[in-house]
Design a protein. Structure first.
Length: 95
């Protein structure tokens, strides 16, 4: 940092010497608390129940689909669908 920048910072900081800190009005906290009491929203318990039920349904569907996928992979492996034989036995294209 250059001397000029340092002097400018010092000048700005010294200009705040006589300033008072900001003070909120004395009744501000009471007004805020009153508004919170009158305007406060409470989420009904029925909405929470619906949200939990929907989440449980989604989790259940995900678990069911995951188990079905695992079962189909096991069945496919048992049937030999994923065998290591190649589809083309010869690579001579013009025979």
């Amino acid at each position: 940092m250059s001397k000029q920048e340092h002097d400018w910072i010092d000048e700005v900081m010294e200009s705040m010497q006589g300033a008072r800190p900001a003070q909120p009005p004395a009744d501000l906290l009471g007004r805020i608390e009153d508004r919170l009491q009158t305007e406060g929203r409470v989420v009904p318990l029925s909405r929470w129940r619906w949200a939990v039920a929907a989440a449980m349904l989604l989790i259940g569907l995900n678990l069911w689909s995951w188990s079905q996928l695992a079962r189909s992979r096991t069945t496919a492996e048992e049937a030999g669908l994923y065998s290591q034989t190649s589809l083309i036995s010869t690579y001579n294209l013009y025979e």
